[in-house]
Design a protein around this ligand. Structure first.
Ligand code: PGA
Length: 249
C-alpha cells in the first residue's frame, strides 16, 4: 500500500515570528485522514520548526540542498547539515529552482544521489510548461526529466523517492490540471517506472500532484487512483486550508 502524503511548500515565505504562529495554528488542526503531513519552511526556520513539531504528526522537510557534501559553495546547504538538524526529507527539482537557478537534470541527478547516500528521502518535482502541453509534448518532457534525473537509481532506491508532478502552468496561477489530466499523467508515470523497473517499484511509488491545489479541488484530485497526495504551495500558508486539503482523502 503506497503512502498518501500532503506536503506544504512554504517557499520564500514566513520569517521566524510567522513560522512560530503558523506552526501553533497547524498544531490546533485535527487530522482525520491517513495522509502523512509535511511542511517545508525556509532553511533559517527549519530548526525552530523541527523542535516545535517534535511531538506532532508533522514532518519538517527542506526545500532544496546542494549536491556536494561540503566545501567552497557560498550560500549553499548540504545534506549533512540538514541531517544534523534531524531533517530526513528534501524537495528537489522544483520548477522554480529549475527556472530561476538553472537546475539541470544533470545537477538534479547528482542531488538525488547525494540525498540517498545521506539516507534522506526525496520529493522529486518535475512537470511540463504550458508550451509543451499545447504542443502535445507533455509526456515526452516528463519522461525525459524523470529518466535523466532518476533512472540511474536501483530499484530498491525508490523506497526513498516520492514523485511530485507539477505542471508549471498550474503553479501559483490558480489554474489546476483537471483531475483527469492529473490522473492521465500519473498513470503514464507509474507505467514508465513499471517498464523501466518492475511492478513493485511502480505500485509502491507515491506520486503527488502539485499546482494550485485548494480545499475546493483537493477531494476530486485525490480521488483519482494514481494520485497519492499533493505538494501544496499557496494554500499551505493557511493552517485551516492546509488541513482541509490533508483531510480531503
Ligand atoms: P501552488 O504551488 O500550490 O501555490 O500552485 C505548488 C508548488 O509550487 O509546489
Amino acid at each position: 500500500m503506497r503512502k498518501q502524503i500532503v506536503a506544504g511548500n512554504w517557499k520564500m515565505n514566513n520569517g521566524l515570528i510567522q513560522t512560530k504562529s503558523l506552526i501553533v495554528e497547524l498544531k490546533q488542526q485535527t487530522k482525520t485522514s491517513n495522509a502523512e503531513v509535511m511542511i517545508a519552511p525556509t532553511f533559517t526556520n527549519l530548526w525552530h520548526a523541527f523542535e516545535a513539531t517534535r511531538q506532532d504528526d508533522i514532518e519538517v522537510i527542506a526545500q532544496n540542498m546542494h549536491f556536494a557534501e561540503n566545501g567552497a559553495y557560498t550560500g549553499e546547504i548540504s545534506a549533512g547539515m540538514l541531517k544534523s538538524l534531524g531533517i530526513q526529507t528534501v524537495i528537489l527539482g522544483h520548477s522554480e529552482r529549475r527556472a530561476y537557478y538553472n537546475e539541470t537534470d544533470e545537477a538534479l541527478a547528482k542531488k538525488v544521489s547525494t540525498a540517498l547516500e545521506n539516507e534522506m528521502r526525496v520529493i522529486f518535482c518535475f512537470g511540463e510548461e504550458l508550451s509543451d502541453r499545447k504542443a502535445g509534448k507533455q509526456e515526452d518532457v516528463v519522461k525525459s526529466q524523470l529518466v535523466n534525473a532518476l533512472c540511474h537509481l536501483k530499484a530498491q532506491d525508490f523506497k526513498h523517492i516520492v514523485l511530485a508532478y507539477e505542471p508549471v502552468w498550474a503553479i501559483g496561477t490558480g489554474e489546476t490540471a483537471t483531475p483527469d489530466q492529473a490522473q492521465e499523467m500519473h498513470a503514464f508515470i507509474r507505467n514508465l517506472f513499471r517498464d523501466r523497473y518492475n511492478d513493485e517499484v511502480a505500485e509502491n511509488l507515491s506520486i503527488l500532484y502539485g499546482g494550485s491545489v485548494k480545499p475546493s479541488n483537493a477531494k476530486e484530485i485525490f480521488s483519482k487512483p494514481d494520485v497519492d497526495g499533493g505538494l501544496i504551495g499557496g494554500a499551505s500558508l493557511k493552517a485551516e486550508d492546509f488541513y482541509a486539503i490533508v483531510n480531503a482523502f
